[in-house]
Design a protein around this ligand. Structure first.
Ligand SMILES: [Zn+2]
Length: 54
């Protein structure tokens, strides 16, 4: 499966890498806020995408 990584900023200020096609809910490592939800394809990103990492 192809995909990239996003650097996503949570509203708490934490930044972490999230796979664009995450297959499980990704939560913020700091505040536990969900940052990505799987769709079977491209995940829905809830945080602010500040960078795309090839
Ligand atoms: Zn957070």
């Amino acid at each position: 499966m192809s995909g990239i990584y996003y650097k996503v900023k949570c509203k708490c200020g934490n930044e972490q890498r999230i796979f664009s096609h995450a297959s499980a809910v990704v939560k913020c490592e700091k505040c536990n806020e969900p940052l990505a939800h799987p769709t079977g394809g491209k995940a829905i990103i809830h945080g602010e995408i500040i960078e795309e990492l090839g």
